[in-house]
Design a protein around this ligand. Structure first.
Ligand code: SF4
Ligand code: SF4
Length: 165
């Protein structure tokens, strides 16, 4: 897995123009049964991908924390939401609450998440490849294919399926 993770930024860069073209066509017209097919691709990929051997998302990028996330996680950690924010979070340029640092401080050395049951919504949904109307998050996906091997493979399979290779 580590070899593939090391190569991923270069692979994603090589595919960037192709992906950009593909997503721009997809935005204009979605294939029939698009959401269902995406859900299948996602399920097939994650049946084979073991996130515990990867954790690249937790190591290199952080989720946004909504107010609800902060309240839930702070409660779990028996902290006041304000104290949790002060200790772990910062406001980014867009005003969103994000981690102060990466790798995420809740990532254990065996790649388990220490707050798994109450983790942020963005962590539960990452890499968003089972999201309905997936074409609407093309920009985010083109970023994620450089981080997430599963997202990279899903996009490669999408291209094969929807543009015949
Ligand atoms: S909260 Fe858990 S799932 Fe989310 S980035 Fe941190 S370690 Fe990963
Ligand atoms: S979601 Fe993607 S980047 Fe995160 S651990 Fe799983 S395969 Fe790796």
């Amino acid at each position: 897995m580590q070899d593939f993770l090391d190569q991923l930024p270069t692979l994603a860069k090589d595919k960037h123009n192709e992906n950009k073209k593909f997503f721009s066509k997809l935005k204009k017209k979605q294939p029939k049964r698009f959401d269902i097919t995406m859900q299948q691709l996602h399920d097939e990929e994650f049946a084979e991908t073991d996130c515990l051997t990867c954790a690249n998302c937790c190591k290199t990028t952080g989720p946004l924390f909504t107010d609800k996330d902060i309240e839930r996680i702070a409660k779990y950690m028996k902290m006041k939401p304000y104290d949790f924010e002060q200790k772990y979070l910062r406001k980014d340029e867009e005003g969103d609450m994000v981690l102060q640092e990466t790798p995420c401080r809740f990532l254990a050395s065996d790649n388990y998440c220490l707050i798994y049951d109450v983790r942020p919504k963005a962590c539960r949904e990452y890499p968003h490849t089972d999201r309905k109307k997936f074409h609407q998050i093309a920009h985010l996906t083109m970023h994620n294919v450089a981080i997430c091997p599963a997202a990279f493979r899903i996009v490669e399979k999408m291209k094969m399926l929807f543009q015949g290779g």
